[in-house]
Write a protein that binds this ligand. Structure first.
Ligand code: GH3
Ligand code: MG
Ligand code: MG
Ligand code: MG
Length: 299
């Protein structure tokens, strides 16, 4: 969804058809169009529209083939496709729906009905996008959750393997947080987690990097294309930024304010063979940071 208005991609080789459909939706959608299947596929991949209106009879590549390709590409698979076509036989419609289209509209169209149907499909799409966004967000802090972390780590691991660039993972754990809850109460503990997450998010701003709540009072961070020196800078920045919040923690044995311990690991030169080893190594370093007195970075 780009901004507030959904984006509609119209693929049809006949310009007058594109015009009719564009005018029908111009007041509630951003309109993209293509006059060939090939151009339509390119636009679908680059602009990720919310819905595609697809003609069937087109030279070179017909709408069925376009739909087949859209549905076989992970990047475009989830975009709902609605056929809008003059082919009105039962076998045509069956084929369209079997290819994964959510609807099949036969020309000449009835504008108010088409408008209402597409509006309903867009509403469903909006709900689906919202659900999938919620499935990757931590409910308390609003940052990415463990599921999102695992998913992105897998992607970044493969990207780093392909490009030969380093990849770093940081594990961050609040020091003596049980004592904080004991002293200030669980609700204050929740507020503290939110403040720490928000503050660290202000540090992890580079596109391609990710800060996630890994569980409880533990956070994890993926730094793509980042070597040991780069990761160390970020870790120290995070460590200082949390301290700068100056959240009182009167019972902490290491400091009168909330602090974090951070362990990190970089793929190279540590001979890391897979993404799990990278996390395990960062976790071992976090353990060492704790063991050596907390409130520090270890790598
Ligand atoms: P250490 O310095 O070794 O990490 O000590 P710690 O007390 O932080 O670690 P420990 O694992 O013993 O305790 C973690 C605490 O974090 C206990 C748990 O109640 C608290 N915690 C985990 N998740 C939440 C949460 O969502 N809200 C609140 N308020 N507390 C949480
Ligand atoms: Mg046509
Ligand atoms: Mg802790
Ligand atoms: Mg912990």
């Amino acid at each position: 969804m780009h901004g507030l208005r959904p984006t509609l991609l119209i693929i049809d080789d006949t310009p007058i058809n594109i015009r009719v459909l564009s005018e029908l939706f111009a007041d509630e959608c951003e309109i993209l169009f293509a006059t060939s299947g090939e151009d339509g596929l390119r636009l679908a991949a680059s602009d990720r529209p919310d819905l595609i209106l697809l003609d069937i009879m087109m030279p070179r590549m017909d709408g069925y083939e376009v739909c087949r390709r859209l549905k076989s590409d992970p990047q475009t698979r989830d975009i709902p496709v609605v056929f809008v076509t003059a082919l009105g036989e039962e076998k045509d419609e069956t084929q369209g729906l079997e290819l994964g289209a959510i609807d099949y509209i036969i020309k000449p169209i009835n504008p108010p009905i088409v408008k209402a149907r597409i509006r309903n499909h867009l509403e469903l799409k909006r709900h689906r996008d919202l659900l999938s966004a919620m499935a990757t967000i931590d409910g308390l802090t609003g940052i990415a959750n463990r599921r999102r972390f695992d998913e992105m780590l897998r992607q970044e691991w493969h990207r780093a393997q392909r490009s030969g660039t380093p990849l770093s993972v940081l594990m961050i754990d609040i020091d003596h947080f049980k004592l904080y809850n004991d002293r200030y109460g669980h609700l204050a503990g929740d507020d503290c987690l939110k403040a720490v997450a928000c503050c660290m998010l202000g540090v992890i701003r580079r596109p391609g990097d990710l800060l996630a709540r890994y569980g409880g009072e533990e956070f994890a961070c993926i730094l793509s294309e980042t070597d040991v020196q780069g990761a160390r800078k970020v870790a120290e920045h995070l460590h200082q930024a949390v301290a700068a919040l100056e959240i009182p923690h009167a019972d902490s044995p290491v400091s009168p304010i909330i602090t974090v311990s951070i362990g990190f690991c970089t793929t190279w030169p540590n001979g890391i063979r897979n993404s799990q080893e990278l996390v395990d190594c960062a976790d071992r370093n976090l353990y060492r940071a704790k063991h050596e007195g907390r409130n520090r970075v270890y790598f």
